[in-house]
Every structure is written in C-alpha cells, then in structure tokens.
Design a protein around this ligand. Structure first.
Ligand code: HEM
Length: 146
C-alpha cells in the first residue's frame, strides 16, 4: 500500500502542478480579455481544485504510513535535520495552507459578482498556492527517485 500511494502522490504531483499552471494562465487571459466568466471557466478551475484535494488526501494517508512523515516527527530529531524537517513538517503544513488558498480562490469566484473579480480570485489565489507548493517540494527525493 505504501509504495502504491507513494507512486500515486508522486505522479499526481506532476498533474497538479501542470493543471494549476494552465488554470492560472487560462484565468489570467480571461481577466485580461475582459470576457464574461462562464460555466466552463468554473469547471476548468474545479479540475485543479479537485486534483489538489485528491493530492491532499493521498498526502495525509502517506504522512501516517511513510517513514518520512509523522514517524520522523514523533521520533524527535527531525527539527535539526533540514531534509527530515521538510517531509515531516514543512511540506505538509505549507501544502495544506496552499490547498486552503486554492479552495478560497475557487469558492470566492462563485460568490463574486463581476467576471473580472471571479477570474482574479482564481488566478491570484491559485498562483499564491502554486508558489507555496513549489517552495516546499522535496525536489531531491522526487527527482532522484523518478
Ligand atoms: C498539492 C499538494 C502536494 C504536492 C504537489 C506534493 C508533492 C510531493 C512530492 C513531489 C513528493 C516527493 C515524492 C517522491 O519522492 O517520489 C512528496 C512527498 C511527500 N508528501 Fe506531498 N505533496 C502535496 C501535499 C502533501 C500533503 C498535504 C501531505 C501531508 C499532509 C504530504 C505528505 C507527503 C509525504 C509524507 C511525503 C514523503 C513520502 C515518502 O517518500 O515516503 N504531501 N509530495
């Protein structure tokens, strides 16, 4: 189960990053063009929203079964080791925060009145979320093992 989830989390990461970038660009172009925010724009933003939530779920399970997650944190010593601190604390906390921002961006867009404000809510909050995600990816692990 661990290996399967590790591969799922790793593979989904590519998809989440790619889709976030595409949705940010799509919404930015939408805002700049001054066109009306349509149902298809909401659905496109929803794809990134769903993928990031699936990734959150897989990440949460992984956190409790991986030797690089809770086990490291509860064993002590993780705080003084930057590599251990990344997967045991920084990566989960910052990614949860990023997904909260993505959720706010999507939900606000549904409530806002003007099309420009809807597009802006998506591209701004998704972009901040993306930057946070990128800032705490365990690049060394990911690139070496894939
Ligand atoms: C959009 C959000 C996220 C992205 C893009 C992401 C991406 C990644 C990537 C690329 C890796 C390295 C995979 C590898 O070495 O093959 C990783 C590892 C890990 N992630 Fe995430 N992650 C996200 C959210 C989370 C969350 C919310 C948690 C926990 C609550 C989490 C827990 C972990 C753990 C424990 C590992 C180490 C797994 C292991 O190799 O044993 N991730 N993540």
């Amino acid at each position: 189960m661990y290996t399967g989830l590790q591969h799922a989390h790793s593979g989904l990461a590519y998809l989440v990053l790619l889709v976030l970038i595409l949705v940010i660009l799509w919404s930015l172009v939408g805002a700049l063009s001054g066109r009306e925010f349509q149902e298809k724009d909401r659905k496109i933003a929803l794809i990134a929203f769903i993928l990031s939530h699936v990734q959150l779920l897989v990440g949460l399970i992984l956190y409790f079964i991986s030797s690089k997650g809770y086990e490291l944190l509860s064993g002590g010593g993780a705080m003084s080791d930057p590599v251990a601190r990344l997967t045991a604390l920084e990566h989960p906390v910052i990614n949860i925060l990023a997904i909260v921002l993505i959720t706010i961006g999507y939900s606000r867009a549904k409530k806002l009145e003007s099309s420009k404000a809807k597009f802006r809510s998506i591209y701004m909050l998704y972009a901040v979320g993306l930057v946070l995600i990128l800032s705490r990816i365990p690049w060394e692990n990911w690139i070496v093992t894939n």
